[in-house]
Design a protein around this ligand. Structure first.
Ligand SMILES: [Zn+2]
Length: 120
């Protein structure tokens, strides 16, 4: 198997991957190579808002990477920042889903139900 060295168009991280894998990733991201972390972030972005296409998500992610790079540091720092971002995003997703099933709406329904029965 032939292995190629490629550098991420977003954060500049270099990876060695097989040509087949590189081709698949490039096809998915419109000819761009994105490292594993960036592609995860872009897929997350694209999946977050339904209807938004990959191209738009890639551009949004490249902007984020540029900001992270400007805040100083090598690719490792950018990757760390992105990992943090993904973790925060998944935390937010978990907390918002738990808050929707929090006891307060159930209590509210209970109060309404008891008020109704009193009214009758
Ligand atoms: Zn990257």
């Amino acid at each position: 198997m032939e292995v190629e060295a490629v550098s991420c168009e977003c954060c500049g991280l270099e990876e060695e991957c097989t040509g087949e894998y590189i081709g698949g990733v490039r096809a998915y991201f419109g000819g761009r190579w994105l490292c594993g972390l960036c592609s995860e972030a872009v897929k997350y972005e694209a999946g977050k808002c339904a209807g938004s296409d990959v191209e738009e998500a890639v551009r949004a992610h490249m902007a984020i990477c540029r900001t992270l790079k400007m805040s100083g540091g090598p690719a490792g720092r950018v990757a760390a920042g992105m990992r943090q971002m993904l973790r925060t995003a998944s935390l937010k997703r978990t907390s918002s889903s738990t808050s929707s099933s929090s006891p307060s709406p159930r209590q509210h329904r209970h109060h309404r139900a008891s008020a109704l029965s009193v009214g009758i």
